[in-house]
Design a protein around this ligand. Structure first.
Ligand SMILES: [Zn+2]
Length: 108
């Protein structure tokens, strides 16, 4: 096998991490092996899923942490104040989350 042919093969096929057979690959993370139907980029998929879960956790916490929840029986002026505080809080937390994101993506 020449170097050039090897390169061509590499760009069109991928060695399946599950059954160790070569399978056609279009460059997508969701492409599956022809032989065993396992994901060709299984490790990358798991990695991406873990990152996604961490990201969701981050977003979830950020909404849950808001100390002033708006109740249905609050007077209109309390609702208004809480909404105003929430708007400020939302902007502030968005900035915080963005910073966390950058730190998070740099760390992984
Ligand atoms: Zn396979």
């Amino acid at each position: 096998m020449t170097a050039n042919l090897y390169h061509t093969t590499m760009s069109q096929q991928k060695l399946c991490p599950h059954c160790s057979l070569w399978s056609p690959w279009n460059g997508h993370i969701d492409d599956k092996c022809l032989h065993c139907s396992e994901y060709l980029k299984l490790a990358e998929r798991i990695d991406q899923e873990e990152k996604e879960q961490k990201r969701r956790k981050l977003e979830f916490n950020f909404r849950e942490r808001f100390p002033l929840s708006i109740k249905a029986d609050d007077p209109w002026w309390i609702k208004g104040s809480k909404q105003a505080i929430y708007a400020v809080y939302f902007v502030f937390m968005s900035i915080m989350v963005t910073i966390l994101w950058i730190v998070f993506w740099l760390a992984t």
